[in-house]
Design a protein around this ligand. Structure first.
Ligand code: FAD
Length: 451
């Protein structure tokens, strides 16, 4: 009899692993358990569904359950929740339709993802108060907006999901208020990005309430939200979206003696292996190694999940493949702006990681100065003074934010500022000035490092 690979969680990490393992070893029995009904869905597209740019939620599904079963020969079971892992006996306990059974395995992947953080706000259970972490929540927000025709919206949390939802609801004609308890939105992107984004949000009539902790929500007699309550006042809101972060779903793993790291996510090695033999973890429930600091880190994003799942799919078929490190590279659209970040930007975090950070911020055109349509791109670049190594960057502008990938590549390669300055980057007037904004930032930072 062939071996069995069991996957817990039917989205990015889990289904990447299941598909890859089955493709590479058709004799492997691959069983994937998903407690919900949606699998292989692009959560990243949900704000654009609420906005009305994507017609149907099912457009966000990459591969349907039927296709996994018929075309890929993966034994995918939706509506099946894994409730326990027994590493000694190498079985998982599964509950479906009120029945319980055990599934043996030779290899197991925990790909249970993350859940939205629910702060201790009063009134979270009012109608019209939502988080947006899964497809059902996206459907619920969409339907609530369509059916009740709200005029004002409150977004709680100025992270990337909050910003995307602010754009989505503003596009539907709502008067949007965004509440953030920190002094700036997009905290991991650094202050230079945040201030540009904040100005733009206000231009687009999003009312910002920065440095403003929310206490909860007040409702009418029918139990529908009507206001966000602050320390000494209340702001009217007909619909509320809470997006204050996620926490890894680790209870199942913890219950089986699988170790967590300092970040609270599942600790893994470079192959995605946990401390328990035959058990792997990947995606939003797991840590990954930061290529800049060399330390375990937790940055729950889609490519990390897909990549790690695929690598583990290869590893379990006898082709050991590293899951790859992360640089915390992220990009977000805020109305007409793109903002992106990679690596270590924060001075205190850089010092804690043993670096002596030196940084520059430049603003340069995205195309040749004479070519129509050029926009300004602000690039902040950070390096370590002693080694000259590039350790982080952010960019913000109306076009060209994907240029962050040049710096992300430099981080993965351990390049110095001088290396980055000397890269042979593509140039033609419609695409870039002769010196791309990233190269210009490197040139200016080189000068600063020389002094
Ligand atoms: C609104 C929104 C926008 C986003 N935008 C971006 C973006 O632009 N770029 C980006 O990189 N990332 C984005 N992300 C993050 C990205 O969606 C996640 O990083 C990615 O989905 C992680 O995949 P995963 O497979 O690890 O976890 P998940 O997608 O969370 O999937 C885990 C699955 O496991 C199932 N499960 C959990 N426990 C069990 C159990 N015990 N038994 C059975 N099944 C179980 C869950 O039901 C779930 O379907 C966004 C997320 C959201 C919510």
């Amino acid at each position: 009899m062939g071996e069995t690979f069991v996957v817990v969680g039917g989205d990015a990490a889990g289904m990447s692993a299941a598909s890859k393992a089955k493709r590479d070893d058709p004799d492997l029995e691959v069983v994937a358990f998903e407690r919900g009904e949606w699998v292989s869905y692009a959560a990243c597209g949900m704000p654009y569904y609420v906005k009305g740019e994507i017609d149907s939620l099912s457009d966000l599904v990459q591969v349907t359950p039927e296709s996994f079963r018929q075309d890929r020969d993966v034994d995918l079971r939706t509506g099946h929740e894994v409730v326990a892992i027994d590493p000694e006996r190498q079985v998982v306990t599964v509950v479906a339709d009120g029945e319980q059974f055990e599934q043996p395995h030779d290899h197991l992947l925990v790909a249970t993802g993350a859940s939205a953080v629910m702060p201790p706000f009063g009134g979270l259970d009012l109608d019209g108060v939502f988080t947006i972490h899964d497809m059902d929540a996206a459907a619920a927000i969409h339907d609530f907006v369509e059916s009740t025709g709200p005029e004002t919206a409150a977004i709680v949390g100025g992270g990337y999901v909050g910003i995307e939802m602010a754009e989505a609801l503003a596009a539907r004609g709502l008067d949007v208020h965004l509440f953030e308890m920190l002094p700036h939105v997009l905290q991991p992107f650094g202050e230079s990005v945040a201030t540009v984004v904040e100005e733009h949000l206000e231009e687009r009539r999003v009312t910002l309430h920065l440095d403003t902790p929310v206490e909860g929500f007040a409702g009418d007699e029918a139990g529908t939200v009507e206001a966000v309550t602050l320390e000494s006042t209340a702001v009217p809101a007909d619909v509320v979206v809470v997006g204050v972060g996620v926490r890894p779903n680790v209870e199942l793993a913890e219950g089986a003696g699988i170790e967590l790291g300092d970040t609270g996510a599942i600790a893994t090695d470079e192959y995605g292996r946990t401390n328990v033999e035959h058990v792997y973890a990947a995606g939003d429930c797991a840590e990954a190694r930061n290529v800049v600091t060399g330390e375990p880190d937790y940055v729950p994003l889609a490519l990390t999940a897909n990549r790690a799942g695929r690598a583990i799919g290869q590893t379990v078929t006898g082709n050991p493949t590293p899951v790859g490190g992360i640089a915390g590279t992220a990009i977000v659209k805020a109305f007409d702006l793109g903002a992106a970040r990679t690596g270590v930007l924060d001075e205190a975090a850089a010092r804690e990681a043993g670096f002596d950070p030196v940084s520059v911020e430049i603003t340069a055109p995205t195309r040749a100065h004479y070519y129509p349509g050029a926009e300004q791109l602000t690039v902040a670049l950070v390096a370590d003074r002693a080694s000259g190594r590039v350790i982080g960057a952010s960019v913000v502008g109306r076009e060209g934010a994907k240029r962050i990938d040049t710096v992300a590549t430099a981080l993965h390669a351990g390049m110095t500022v001088a290396d980055l300055e000397r890269l042979d980057l593509a140039y033609a007037p419609p695409f870039s000035p002769v010196w791309d904004p990233v190269a210009t930032a490197a040139r200016v930072l080189s000068g600063k490092l020389d002094t």
